[in-house]
Design a protein around this ligand. Structure first.
Ligand code: ADP
Ligand code: MG
Length: 750
């Protein structure tokens, strides 16, 4: 390992430019230049009450906060629909209409007002003092605009340039929303060359503009000299990174090329610290607490697999079980993330782990984020374990009082071996006699605190008092149905081991997916649906995504329902489902469809997650390009669940990279990778919802290689100097603490 090549040596201090060693007294007398972090810790003075409020809103309290408040990456173009009032941003748009308008005040040149649009939305933009632009930027021109987005959908232009995309602009609108990232980048670079003012643009807010922030940064530039260098010199040299002080200076005040280098350095720091934190958390957890070693030969579990399970395990399921067996046999608590799409058979694997606990005389618990999910698991487990082989209970928020009291009593006494439930499981009155294995489903929907609460339930009252080494922590299996590409898994779940169930259980039929763009293809699509329906199958028709309001979505779905049941699908029983229907009606519709009493379900995208209609073999998605990749993938998961081959028809432009990806791949992990490529980390559904920390500087997948390097360095550091206590690592330790606090670094059971 490269990091270990630096052997510590004792260095004898000498006088300046001299080989004469210094004595202790001389050393003590020597003038020392300390960094002055106090300058960074000093309060940030902002002139004016409004600006002060703005600074507070941005979290800028000290000079250090200001210097860590980084300008936006200039290459980052924003979608019109994403802009928020008060923000300064760059967009790539097409001119729809443009005109100059006289200004009342004398001596002022006319304003130029234009309507511009990208694939996500339209806005009004204003150019000041350049009346000739009304002729120059005729409708159809593609522009890079930099400026400030204001209330009432107006954008004040500060910099502008036509982009090279002008020629292709007219036809390219279809896919610009998703795949537009790369194209936009090129466009902006062109724009910058064409003269967009090159100063840093900061995330700003009401009362404190980007320009004011830049002025503050300039005023406090001297304090940049006090920014400490957290990286050990050897590491920094080997990674060929500039110093942190230089990096910050470059990012705030430097030219473009310097900026990029500076950003790379800051991104490395960020990635390194996250990896160090994840590794430390994993190490402390495995050292600080002990789980029971579940290493006796399988009896109950083996019998269950061989005799009671109504099917043969897939290869991936067998592999997962083997890995879990290895984990459970150790005293280091298992912390494994089991990833597999809906229907991949995670519950079977989870039940195996729970049964291993039971056959060792321990209890098992499965926690799900919602009541329906908990109920579903409970039902699946009962179906998988015919007979009353093992007593099992269901505990949710709506478990009636007497039943609840009974369950709590039996959990505490140990009489109840298995429990399935919601957050109710981690509430205070719940006491386990001996919790050996905990399974947390859709783990990203629980907070760290909730997960650790389950950990803390491990050993009942006596274990709390037990000395270190008591069986104090359960083995934990986390599960998620959201496919996470390796880059994200590493950056966000680097403290867990991973197992993937990629293979779907046998008997599943493949889904063929087609992108339909023309009228002929539409006709053909309805013909194909008719064929399936006449053969006794069922179909979903998913209406366009209407994000503005549920009411509009419902209206669109209703219109499509009326159209189809009197038009193309008039020979069939068509039903309607949308979010505005009363609850009881929703239940009736779903029941009718599931029972085969309806042939076609027209729905908004809110098709219930739990719906399982194996007889449904066709899905038609209108305006499919409005959906994200993972949403489409989830939707498509509603078909292909039975014995018949299935068909998915996506209506949208042939050129759409997203739709093409869906037509080519059915593997959710592959699709997640593509999604990440196309949209960048922040947009990935699942990570955004999970509230995972977003990086400030690093950007995935762009910085994938940097992440891998940071992971490697972090592993070396964690192995050699786990406490980061040696002199050269001490500042890194400080940085880690100030980024995550001491609490976040403590073992999860702290
Ligand atoms: P997940 O929790 O990953 O969504 P489940 O464990 O609920 O998936 O399994 C989905 C369905 O597939 C269940 O009805 C389950 O009984 C069934 N199943 C699981 N594994 C297999 C298998 N190896 N062969 C056939 N059916 C399986
Ligand atoms: Mg499941």
């Amino acid at each position: 390992m490269p990091a270990s090549s630096a052997t510590p040596e004792t260095v004898t201090p000498t006088a300046f430019a001299d080989s004469r060693p210094l004595g202790a007294a001389e050393l003590a007398d020597a003038p020392v230049r300390y960094p002055r972090p106090s300058r960074l810790a000093g309060p940030l003075k902002v002139p004016g009450a409004k600006a002060e409020q703005g600074a507070a809103a941005l979290g800028l309290h000290t000079v250090g906060d200001l210097l860590e408040h980084l300008p936006r990456d200039r290459r980052e173009a924003r979608a019109v629909a994403q802009l928020v009032p008060g923000e300064t941003a760059t967009v790539v748009v097409e001119v729809r209409g443009i005109a100059s308008r006289p200004v009342r005040r004398r001596g002022m040149r006319p304003l130029v007002e234009a309507t511009v649009a990208d694939a996500t939305g339209t806005m009004k933009v204003t150019f000041f003092n350049q009346p000739w632009l009304a002729q120059k930027y005729s409708p159809g021109t593609r522009l890079v605009l930099h400026g400030k987005y204001e209330a009432r959908n107006r954008f004040r232009v500060q910099g502008h340039a036509p982009t090279s995309e002008a020629a292709s602009g007219a036809s390219g609108a279809g896919d610009a929303g998703a795949g537009g990232h790369g194209g936009a980048e090129a466009g902006i670079e062109a724009g910058i060359e064409a003269g967009i003012e090159a100063v840093a643009h900061y995330p700003a807010t009401e009362g404190l503009s980007s320009t004011q922030i830049l002025a503050l940064v300039r005023a406090h530039a001297g304090a940049l000299a006090d920014v400490p260098e957290p990286l050990p010199a050897g590491l920094r040299t080997r990674e060929r990174l500039p110093g942190r002080r230089c990096a910050l200076t470059a990012v705030h005040l430097g030219a473009d090329a310097e900026q990029a280098l500076g950003r790379r350095r800051l991104a490395f720091d960020e990635l390194l610290l996250v990896q160090l934190a994840l590794l430390r958390r994993r190490r402390l957890r495995s050292r600080g607490s002990r789980a029971p070693a579940l290493d006796a030969p399988p009896e109950l579990s083996a019998r269950w697999l061989a005799e009671m399970l109504p099917f043969v395990l897939t290869g991936d399921q067998r592999g997962a079980i083997e890995e879990i067996d290895g984990d459970l046999a150790r005293r280091r608590p298992m912390q494994r993330l089991l990833m597999g799409e809906v229907g991949s058979g995670k519950t079977v694997v989870a039940l195996y782990a729970l049964l291993r606990a039971v056959e060792h005389g321990y209890q098992g618990a499965l926690m799900a984020p919602t009541e329906p999910l908990a109920e579903q698991h409970f039902a699946t487990i009962q179906a998988l374990m015919p007979g009353e082989a093992v007593p099992i209970g269901l505990l949710t928020g709506s478990t009636p009082g007497r039943r609840r009291a009974d369950l709590l009593g039996k959990l505490h006494s140990g009489e109840l071996a298995l429990i399935v439930g919601t957050h109710a499981l981690i509430e205070d009155p719940v006491r386990f006699a001996r919790l050996g294995v905990a399974v947390v489903d859709e783990q990203h929907r629980f907070g760290v605190r909730q997960r650790s609460a389950l950990d803390a339930k491990a050993g009942g009252p006596e274990a709390g008092r037990g000395e270190q080494g008591a069986d104090a922590a359960p083995h934990v299996l986390h599960m998620t149905a959201t496919p996470i590409p390796r880059t994200l898994a590493l950056s966000h779940y680097g403290d867990l081991d991973f197992t993937v169930l990629a293979e779907l259980p046998r008997g599943r039929q493949p889904i063929q997916t087609f992108v339909c763009s023309t009228e002929r293809e539409r006709e053909r699509a309805y013909d194909r649906i008719g064929e399936e329906l006449r053969a006794g199958r069922q179909a979903f028709v998913v209406c366009p995504l209407v994000s503005e309001s549920q009411v509009l979505a419902a209206r669109a779905a209703t219109a499509e329902f009326e159209r189809l049941r009197t038009g193309e699908l008039r020979d069939f029983r068509v039903v309607l489902m949308h979010g505005q229907l009363p609850g009881s009606e929703k239940v009736d519709v779903m029941r009718a469809f599931a029972a085969g009493e309806a042939d076609v379900l027209v729905a908004t995208s809110v098709i219930e997650v739990g719906i399982d209609v194996p007889n449904a073999t066709v899905m038609l998605v209108e305006d499919a390009d409005r959906y994200g990749i993972s949403q489409l993938h989830q939707l498509r998961g509603r078909i292909g669940r039975g014995e018949h081959a299935s068909l998915c028809l996506l209506f949208g432009p042939k050129g759409s990279a997203r739709l093409r990806a869906l037509a080519q791949h059915t593997d959710g992990f592959r699709l997640a990778e593509i999604d990440l490529e196309l949209r960048g980390e922040g947009e990935l559904i699942g990570t955004r919802q999970s509230g995972l920390a977003q990086f400030r500087v690093a950007e995935l997948p762009r910085d994938r290689e940097l992440l891998e390097r940071a992971r490697m360095r972090a592993e070396a550091l964690d192995a050699e100097d786990p406490e980061l206590s040696s002199p050269e690592n001490a500042l890194l330790g400080d940085a880690l603490e100030s980024m995550f606090g001491t609490e976040a670094l403590a073992p999860i059971r702290a």
